[in-house]
Every structure is written in C-alpha cells, then in structure tokens.
Ligand binder design. Structure first.
Ligand SMILES: Nc1ncnc2c1ncn2[C@@H]1O[C@H](COP(=O)(O)OP(=O)(O)O)[C@@H](O)[C@H]1O
Ligand SMILES: [Mg+2]
Length: 161
C-alpha cells in the first residue's frame, strides 16, 4: 500500500492541517519539517502554534534561527536552520535550555544541524506539486502515533472529496 498523502490546495489548507496537528501535540514532542523553500513548513508551523494557544503572528525564524514561544501550558521552539552557516554555531543558540525541559520542537531544515538536535517523534514532509502541495509523514515514536493516525484520517477524507 502506498503511504498516504494529504493534498494541500491553498495556504489556508496547510494551516488548517497544522491546527489539527497542534491539537494533538504533547508538552514534549519533536517535529522535523522537511521540504524545499516555499513548500509550506512555516505555514504548517503557524497552524500548530495557533492550535497550541499562540495568539498573534508567527514569523519565519529565517534570520533569528530560533523563535521560542512561552505559552500558558507549554513551550514551543520554532527553528529554521536553513541559514546556519557553520553547524558548530548551533551551540551559540542555547538549545540546551530547551532540551532540559518540556518543549515542543518545530524544526525546519534539521539536516543542517542534525547532530545537535533531539531525534524526531515525527517528520512532516512537504513538496510542491503543479496544482497542490503534498504532505506526507514518517512516524518515529509512540508520541507521534496520535498525529499520524489523525493525518491518515484526513488523507482518507480528503481523497473522497
Ligand atoms: N498548500 C499550499 N498551496 C499554495 N501555497 C501555499 C500552500 N501552503 C503554503 N503556501 C504558501 O507558500 C509560501 C511559502 O510558504 P512557507 O510556509 O513560508 O514555506 P517554507 O517555510 O517551507 O519555506 C507562502 O506564501 C504560503 O502562503
Ligand atoms: Mg520556512
């Protein structure tokens, strides 16, 4: 059987699926966001953050590399390592602080600095197709299972439309 894929036809759909994911995020969870520039990683993160209780804008952490969100009942660290020049520079970012307490990690371009990161519970893979953006996923832990089940459901429903 082919792995399921969700077809995202607009930024709003990408964000809505992010919200569905955000509703299932536990206080400690590591999500890798994989895909080319413009694939929708930040848009998906925006949905996740909003569903976790963040009110307001979600800027791409392209230049700051990390953007922490201290919410009422959880901490979310949104990272984008695309512009990290030297992988050794990651020590300057103070990731240890977030490793030592409950934190939801949303990591764009994890491959650029993978050795310094916690392993993923789930990876979300986005790719740009001619008429939609495709979302697929790989689950790595029991913590990611609720999310993969939900995404599989969404894929089944949207394929019937
Ligand atoms: N499913 C989609 N279809 C079309 N455009 C999308 C979709 N999802 C996101 N976008 C748009 O693509 C652009 C890049 O999205 P972004 O989330 O910043 O990508 P990334 O973080 O992967 O570089 C944004 O303008 C966003 O609104
Ligand atoms: Mg981005």
């Amino acid at each position: 059987m082919n792995n399921p894929v969700i077809k995202l036809h607009s930024p709003e759909q990408t964000e809505a699926v992010g919200q569905a994911i955000g509703q299932l995020c536990q206080a400690t969870l590591v999500i890798y966001l994989i895909g080319n520039l413009g694939a929708g990683k930040t848009t998906l993160s925006r949905g996740i953050l909003n569903a976790c209780g963040h009110v307001g804008t979600v800027k791409s952490p392209t230049y700051t590399l990390i953007e922490p969100y201290e919410l009422a009942d959880k901490t979310i660290l949104h990272a984008d390592f695309y512009r990290l020049g030297d992988p050794e520079e990651v020590v300057l970012l103070g990731l240890d602080d977030f490793l030592s307490r409950p934190c939801i990690w949303l990591i764009e371009w994890p491959d650029n600095v993978i050795k310094s990161l916690p392993p993923p519970d789930i990876s979300l893979n986005l790719s740009i197709k001619p008429s939609y953006h495709a979302l697929s996923w790989v689950n790595f832990s029991t913590k990611g299972e609720l999310i993969t089940e939900k995404l599989t459901q969404i894929a089944e429903v949207t394929h019937k439309i």
